[in-house]
Design a protein around this ligand. Structure first.
Ligand SMILES: Nc1nc2c(ncn2[C@@H]2O[C@H](COP(=O)(O)OP(=O)(O)O)[C@@H](O)[C@H]2O)c(=O)[nH]1
Ligand SMILES: [Mg+2]
Length: 451
């Protein structure tokens, strides 16, 4: 995701940061490199020009040249301008209250990811407590209806379908179906062509007229760069869009579509598709994407991802245990398993650009975690509750049972002892304890350092 543009920006900023003094020439050189980076990323030329001119203007101002840390100031200017391009703040779907039916119409070219995104969004809305259903109005592509039904089935969201070629009829009947069934959000999947053509536009216009949707969303493939932006412009002019979902962001190394879209079309990016799985749909946060592009690391996303899996209650329970020195091997096992649930370490690390390149060379060791887990799993319940009863012969058995050696078991027990000791110390200090909880819940490196 965004590897190429991130690497380029990292290099530019490395040269700028830490300089105690920078000249106008330094700024011009850096901006020239940024210009090339943006053009290589397939950002719209007019957008690039505007970006470059306003950056130069601001960077040459007093604030940068006279500041104590001019490199940092320069990076901040570029960051803020990039955020402004991506869309100043995140935009939510505009849906009606829970008791009235809201309608979301998906449009876009064939293969852009409409059907997949429709299911992903239904799944997300369902998790958010809405009652979604889907309508299969792609009656052009063979098996398109079946594809949506399979996805709907997987997420347990009903799909309205009819054996006909009349998309308007299906759309209208889907509304009655949704109302009758007590659903409050109808997501309508439509047919796309390989290219924009009159038939497609006419059909979508008719469906739109019949539905009067709350959201008219273009699903576009981010890998197509400027073409995605052109498609958005054409659809918006012909039909009026309310927002865009950029798919295949996971495979987009350049980011050009995301960077140009808002300023060319004025339409916000609502979500990004980040993979082929149902869960791979993320709310689009302009500031986070800007940080990611600029190689500052997407720490906020990282923390959120971790927090999804450790819920607050559990954290509090753990804090209490620490305070009373009741932290056991079983608790440690729970923590290890939670780490596993968060997804592979690599995918987490990838969210921190600087770190990910380091990690690539080092080949981080998830096998260590697995070994630790296996060791604790080989212990009895009693032993997990009280590690002091684990004598030498049991250590041997545990090593055998977990496919490790006695030294591994000893090391784990030693680390566990150390952790408990640390917790005991910390529990006397409320502030420190809170800090540690945050680390455990939200930061892998902090967590790893504990064990
Ligand atoms: N890697 C990746 N693949 C995606 C994403 N969204 C969709 N796809 C794939 O793109 C292809 C076309 O998707 P589909 O939903 O059928 O497109 P539609 O023709 O617009 O309905 C499928 O193979 C999807 O698995 C995404 O965010 N990331
Ligand atoms: Mg489709």
């Amino acid at each position: 995701m965004l590897e190429k543009i991130t690497n380029t920006f990292s290099d530019i900023f490395k040269a700028m940061s830490g300089k105690s003094k920078i000249s106008e020439k330094n700024i011009e050189d850096a901006v020239e490199q940024i210009k090339i980076a943006l053009l290589e990323a397939d950002v719209n030329l007019r957008v690039v020009r505007r970006f470059v001119n306003s950056t130069i203007e601001e960077a040459k101002g007093e604030k940068v040249l006279r500041s104590v840390d001019p490199g940092q100031q320069f990076i901040k200017i570029v960051h803020d301008k990039l955020v402004a391009l991506l869309g100043d703040e995140k935009k939510d779907l505009q849906l009606k209250g829970p008791d009235t039916l809201s309608i979301i119409l998906f449009v876009g070219l064939q293969g852009a990811g409409k059907t997949t995104a429709a299911a992903k969004l239904a799944n997300k809305l369902k998790k958010d407590g809405r009652r979604p259903c889907l309508a299969a109005c792609d009656l052009v592509r063979p098996a398109a209806v079946e594809q949506l039904c399979v996805l709907g089935n997987r997420i347990d969201v009903p799909v309205y379908k009819e054996d006909t070629k009349d998309a308007v009829k299906v759309a209208k009947n889907a509304v009655s179906f949704a109302k009758k069934g007590g659903y409050n959000t109808l997501i309508v999947d439509t047919a796309g062509r390989l290219q924009i053509d009159d038939d497609m536009m006419a059909e979508i216009a008719a469906v739109k007229k019949a539905l009067n949707p709350d959201e008219m969303i273009l699903v576009a493939d981010s890998m197509t760069g400027q073409s995605a932006v052109d498609v958005a412009k054409t659809f918006d002019e012909a039909l009026g869009l309310t927002g865009v979902i950029l798919t295949k962001f996971d495979s987009d190394a350049r980011g050009g579509a995301a960077i140009s879209l808002k300023s060319v079309t004025g339409k916000p990016i609502l979500y990004i598709g980040t993979g082929e799985k149902i869960e791979d749909l993320e709310v689009f946060h302009p500031d986070r994407i800007a940080s990611r592009i600029l190689g500052m690391g997407d720490v906020v996303s990282l923390v959120e991802k971790a927090q999804e899996t450790i819920d607050q209650q559990e954290a509090e329970k753990l804090a209490k245990k620490m305070a009373s020195n009741e932290f056991t091997l079983q608790d440690m096992l729970d923590q290890l398993q939670r780490v596993k649930k968060m997804g592979s370490m690599e995918s987490l690390m990838q969210m921190i650009p600087g770190l990910s390149s380091q990690m690539a060379n080092q080949d981080i060791d998830t096998s260590e975690l697995k070994a630790q887990e296996a060791i604790i799993l080989s212990m009895t319940k009693k032993e997990r509750a009280n590690h002091l009863i684990i004598g030498p012969s049991r250590r041997k058995r545990i090593a055998k049972g977990s496919g490790t050696c006695v030294a591994d078991v000893n090391r784990l027990l030693k680390q566990f002892e150390k952790t408990r000791l640390m917790m005991k110390k910390m529990s006397r200090n409320k502030g420190m304890q809170q800090q540690m909880m945050q680390q455990m819940g939200g930061n892998m490196s902090g967590f790893n350092g504990m064990f």
